[in-house]
Design a protein around this ligand. Structure first.
Ligand SMILES: [Zn+2]
Length: 415
């Protein structure tokens, strides 16, 4: 796997396309024979799977939407679900999808990231301080950090950052001596703000970010407090396409991970939607999945780093308001509290006031509403901490924002 990944970063554009097309042909054959969704589609559309041979043939396959993975994800499986890992996510949209991953696909994901890290001199398995949604203290015993020994990780919660806890937190972080900091930009900058206010710095080899757009202010703060470069990658829970920055500042598609198509956004001349066809998850083949993420125009190549990986424009649309807890803590990427609320047609969490969160639920005929509500309360307790007010509103459809998009988390006045 690593050998192939190393070979691809030195490959010519033609060699890269050759690799993509070989994998595409094999995946189409597999899907057409073993995936219920694609078996039916090929039969109904009378397309011969063997006729899908090149990137130019790809658009003959149908586009997949979020709701395809929200409603009947099992129709895409070609392996038994117990042979794979299952993951759920809403992303920043209000539809929760379910996906399955093979062990090989998860190893490939990590190997692809490690290849990018190597461009910045990050060791293969760095000691990593991780700030995402992990709760290091599920039993409320007051611990601030947790070590994951096999993974060489120290996790801290993005939702427990405040000046009172900082001295003890910093002591535990320094004892662990991280080589990198990894996680959501909004969380890493929330910690950065606390450090800056306290006149502290925490130099590391690199800051590894994903999941959100980084603002110029966030980038400046991170570089000041953490000194090392920001290494950002773009991906999704569905794992259909990946991209990331290189040491020369280019933002590259990772074309051996997946085929990226850029679909024009209606009514816009400077925006494209990222559509991904993953080339590594043999148990759950997907083709042409619409991510809902939009990019601007790609800069003219080639990149000074010399790699033939195509450049990608600036990725928009992954910005989410930070919520505030009842006791005033910042709550970054609040859509975390809806990511496992499956079985709903749509779902949104709205902050009506600091510490008051309303779940807007659109059930189907088969939704177990009381189970969903129990899970939602539990999520708020786990991630945002106790002492918050949780209310529910049952709706036929969640209202869209001014651009017509369904958002997973919004700050809204009561109406
Ligand atoms: Zn580059």
């Amino acid at each position: 796997m690593r050998w192939t990944l190393r070979r691809m970063e030195r490959a010519s554009p033609e060699e890269i396309v050759g690799y993509q097309e070989r994998r595409l042909r094999a995946m189409v054959r597999l899907a057409a024979s073993r995936s219920p969704f694609y078996r039916e589609w090929f039969a109904a559309s009378r397309v011969d799977p063997r006729s899908i041979r090149t990137l130019a043939d790809l658009p003959r396959l149908p586009l997949l939407e979020r709701h395809d993975l929200a409603r009947r994800p099992d129709r895409f499986r070609v392996y038994p679900s117990k042979a794979m890992w299952t993951a759920h996510s809403s992303g920043t949209s209000g539809q929760v999808v379910t996906v399955h991953r093979t062990a090989g696909s998860s190893a490939y994901e990590l190997a692809t990231l490690q290849r990018q890290w190597a461009w910045f001199g990050i060791p293969h398995r760095p000691r990593s301080l991780v700030l995402r949604s992990h709760d290091p203290d599920p039993h409320g015993t007051g611990v601030l950090t947790r070590q994951v020994p096999g993974a060489r990780q120290l996790t801290i919660s993005s939702y427990r950052l405040d000046p009172d806890r900082l001295p003890r937190l910093l002591e535990e972080i320094r004892a662990f001596d991280p080589q990198v900091i990894e996680g959501w930009p909004s969380s890493i900058t929330a910690l950065g703000c606390l450090l800056e206010d306290a006149g502290q710095r925490l130099p590391v080899t690199a800051v590894i970010t994903s999941s959100e757009v980084i603002t110029a202010e966030q980038r400046a703060l991170m570089q000041q407090v953490y000194v090392g470069p920001v290494v950002d990658h773009y991906g999704q829970t569905e794992r259909v396409a990946m991209a990331g920055n290189c040491e020369a500042g280019g933002y590259h598609q990772f074309p051996d991970y997946g085929i990226t198509e850029l679909l024009p956004v209606p009514g816009r001349t400077d925006s494209w939607e990222i559509v991904g066809t993953p080339l590594h998850n043999w148990g759950f083949p997907l083709f042409r999945y619409r991510t809902g993420d939009e990019v601007g125009p790609a800069p003219a190549g080639p990149c000074p780093c010399g790699r033939a990986f195509p450049l990608l424009g600036r990725i928009d649309g992954r910005v989410e308001d930070t919520f505030t807890s009842a006791d005033g803590r910042p709550l970054p990427l609040p859509h975390t509290v809806i990511k496992n609320l499956t079985g709903l047609r749509e779902v949104q969490v709205a902050q009506l006031a600091p510490g008051h969160f309303e779940f807007r639920l659109c059930p189907t005929d088969s939704t177990d509403l009381s189970a969903v509500q129990r899970q939602a309360r539990k999520n708020v307790d786990t991630y945002f901490g106790p002492g918050q007010t949780v209310t529910f509103q049952i709706m036929d459809a969640v209202p869209r924002d001014s651009s017509g998009k369904l958002k997973a988390a919004v700050r809204a006045p009561h109406d």
